[in-house]
Design a protein around this ligand. Structure first.
Ligand code: SF4
Ligand code: SF4
Length: 399
């Protein structure tokens, strides 16, 4: 495991952080606590010392899960990060209420890295007005938090002013080879690093969309590489190649993910990719841009939808339609997966959208969700939807 330093605290953090937003889960979607705890502890045993969670992850179950998983001395081996749910804050006292509740849920007396969660420009203005700087100063002074930071999903023009608005120790931004110019982007990352902030990266695989179903055209480009690597390895190495990056968070739900990520984190030095390799990644990026219809990362912030639409799943299937060359199979799989024949849930179709607009301000990617859902309906639903759902249920029924 390689380690990089947070400039202000001097902490040497593992370049791989364990993200607890997409933990190993059971069929009903709840956390598979035994398996996930084994994975977390295994990663710590092999050098991971940064664990990241947040109030809403796994519908509130991620923090209490870690409260148990880090028993038996594991808490002392790691720097623990969690986040203030900024969108729930109505008054100054709410900030202490959430932090104190999180300390209990996490079964700890301090948070090593505490973030104001998912800031965009307006949200920052609101929590700043409510006294977030006073809250952070006091929580640091009384030892409930050690380092103060923020995570960001807003527009690039708001990033620098938030960096400048408080004496932050670190920030967390979305960054991968498709997001160099999205949100904080490369410019924001460089600005934060120039101000001595540690930079934690989330969504290095864009919610898995860079690895789950790799289009044939993209695979052909990867195959041209002299050193063969998986799409996940290319994506992670590309992020770690930046010297400004301190930690890359990876949501690891399979043992194979933990194993692969640990191996890569053993030698992913800054500036280690060759010019030829960087060009290859650039060509993959361009190919994805040609193929993708909607830039959804699957973060789930838009959920739950009051009308029951499974927005990220609808968008995943919609993108797959354009990234794979098999329309009929994709239309069938839309019915199977969104209809609930495969996996948890069921009957959460794009056509359930009543255009209420509630999801719009929650989406960090600023996707025009109701409009894109209209396109999903016209391309993936149609009069034979019920028939496809019935067929899928028959095909995937449990015996
Ligand atoms: S606009 Fe549609 S998808 Fe968004 S919350 Fe309302 S019903 Fe759900
Ligand atoms: S639509 Fe937006 S908020 Fe919803 S999962 Fe996709 S990126 Fe996240």
């Amino acid at each position: 495991m390689l380690y990089r330093k947070i400039p202000k605290s001097g902490d040497e953090l593992s370049i791989l952080g364990f993200g607890c937003m997409r933990l190993a889960s059971k069929e009903d979607g709840s956390i598979d606590e035994e398996r996930a705890a084994r994975q977390v502890r295994d990663a710590i045993d092999q050098g991971v010392n940064y664990i990241d969670t947040a109030w809403p992850y796994h519908m509130g179950a991620s923090e209490p899960f870690l409260g148990h998983a880090l028993n038996d001395g594991y808490r002392e081996k790691v720097k623990l990060a969690t986040k203030l749910p900024s969108w729930l804050i109505e008054k100054r006292e709410d900030m202490d209420h959430y932090l104190n509740t999180q300390l209990k849920k996490l079964n700890t007396n301090h948070i090593d890295y505490y973030l104001i969660h998912a800031l965009v420009g307006d949200l920052w203005d609101s929590v700043e007005k409510l006294g977030v700087d006073d809250f952070l100063d006091k929580a640091k002074a009384d030892g409930r938090i050690i380092n103060a930071g923020f995570s960001f999903h807003g527009a690039s023009e708001d990033f620098n002013r938030i960096v400048d608005a408080y004496d932050w120790d670190f920030c967390q931004i979305q960054y991968n080879y498709l997001d160099e110019k999205n949100q904080a982007g490369k410019a924001g990352m460089e600005y934060a690093a120039s101000k001595d902030l540690g930079v934690i990266i989330m969504e290095p695989l864009r919610g898995g969309s860079l690895t789950k179903t790799v289009p044939q055209a993209v695979e052909e480009i990867w195959n041209e590489a002299t050193i063969k690597r998986s799409p996940a390895e290319w994506a992670l190495r590309w992020v770690w190649n930046h010297p400004e990056v301190t930690v890359v968070l990876s949501g690891m739900s399979e043992e194979s993910h933990v194993e692969e990520n640990l191996r890569i984190a053993g030698d992913a030095h800054p500036d280690s990719l060759t010019e030829e390799e960087l060009q290859l990644v650039k060509r993959v990026e361009n190919k994805y841009r040609e193929l993708m219809k909607v830039e959804c990362t699957g973060c789930q912030y838009c959920m739950p939808c009051p009308a029951g639409v499974n927005i990220p799943l609808c968008f995943e299937m919609y993108n797959n339609l354009y990234m794979e060359d098999d329309t009929e199979t994709l239309r069938f799989m839309y019915a199977a997966r969104v209809g609930g024949a495969v996996g948890a849930g069921g009957g959460e179709f794009a056509s359930f959208c009543v255009q209420c607009g509630q999801c719009l301000e929650k989406c960090p990617q600023h996707i025009d969700i109701p409009n894109v859902l209209d396109s999903v309906v016209s391309e993936l639903e149609g009069s034979d939807l019920e028939q496809r759902v019935a067929m899928a249920k028959e095909m995937f029924k449990k015996v």
